[in-house]
Design a protein around this ligand. Sequence first.
Ligand code: ADP
Length: 540
Amino acid sequence: MQGQMMDFSLDTQAILRRGGQIFGNQEVVTRLTDGSYHRYTLREFERRVHRLINVLRDLGIQPGDRVGTLCWNHYRHLELYFAISSMGAVLHTLNIRLSEEQLSYIINHADDQVIFVDTSLTSVLEAVEDECPNVRNYVVLDDQGETAETSLSNQLDYETLLAAASDQATLPDLDENSAAAMCYTSGTTGNPKGVVYSHRSIYLHTMAVMTTDGYGLSQREVVLPFVPMFHANAWGLPYAALFSGCRLVLPGAQPTAAILAKIMIDQKVTTAAGVPAIWNMLYQHLKQENLSLDTVETLIVGGSAAPRAMIEKFDKEFNITILHLWGMTEMSPLGTVGRIRSHMEDWSYDEQLDIRMKQGVPAAGVEIRIQDDNGNLLPWDGKTIGELTVRGPWVASGYYNNPEASKSFTEDGWFRTGDMVTINEEGYMQIADRSKDLIKSGGEWISSVDMENCIMAYNGVAEAAVVARPDDKWDERPVAFVVSADSANPLTEEQIRTHLLETFAKWQVPGVEDVRFIDVVPKTSVGKFDKKVLRQRLEG
Ligand code: ADP
């Protein structure tokens, strides 16, 4: 017997409609380069999305065509998010910090037909234009308040096109399994790999993100995605904002920690999302300037492990809860959420912190398990480390046009994350390391994440990253790169070692010559510690 429910298409058009109809008076706010704010309602937003759909059609974009965006987080990028997918084309968000080689690789690999680019980023495309012959037009989004002069050929102006277009567009019926968006992993090894999201996966991911035990979004929130809109769909927040009706605040071009703090205060932000490095910078700024963020309740942290010390500092000094998530581009990106459960509420603060430091339990809809090298399932005892494999309706089932893709999946169809983790009896997952970052010394594993966490908990440390160096005797030894918070009062190697010895066995602790002070930890294009660069430095 079949169920008798409607075959209702789960697509981004439905998200757009709900935003405009139900929350038509809600605002989208963007910080402009001159420090003022652009604001308009979701009703006005929807009208502009319809204009943009007409523009895309006039540019010859057909359903299924890929359309690139090279943009900061702002309202025009949000318009592109919805117009491109709602007309049946595929939004391809380009990472503004890729090397020229990687950028031209992904533009060509995705076969982008038209690219929308911020004025301030046109030089990035000028450098690769000759390598990308299939791009028919470049549409420039004028984020500087002046018409851009660029050397890009076939250049058009966004606002001029929109002004000439009708604000009524007929939207096509969509197959919910058709492609809506794509994003390439930032490619720490090899070429970036393309992940293709469907309308259905975006819709279901949006529902999960909004749940109380997900990000807990409601119409009453004011949400600031600091995470770039080119990093795994800004973790789903652009879609969730329209679906939940919360106020979206977008930080615009070149946001710094100081700008971030100002936006949060000006716009009474309640929730913001970003990688740990940015919250670390925000923390230093708040301390230096003696500021508080009275409206902010939650900082969503993902992309890298949230250090214990960071969670504690924000709790105790600012009354702000760090919500720890784990995710991947391949997972749209939400995988797990680190919240404590009701029966833990009377635990001591430190015991609760032990839980909140973990990456958490799978979001409703995601399934997880751990496996050894031979594919055997491992126990959920909170101790046994194995590779995390996952499945769910918003997890990639392949990579776009990639012959290597099958290596990333198990024979029974689960996605191999490459993260080495434990899972405890209650389903809380904790990352020990990325498989390639684990350090093997004298036949035993050392978690670089644990060691970084420990060092960053030491007073006077701003940042720390730990990588392996090859060693004749022990195979590998850990090297700790440490940034002192106050350059006028630098820490010493022995202070770091003595602190580590309180937690780690003597053989695990780096030798004096393997504690190295640096000015700043190099970051990847999405703001994570760039261990590849640190390893290269060691080789150098
Ligand atoms: P990239 O592979 O370029 O870093 P992603 O953002 O997709 O791009 O990275 C996903 C990876 O980031 C995960 O496999 C995991 O190793 C790491 N990661 C994400 N969230 C966390 C977290 N909360 N703690 C530790 N690692 C994390």
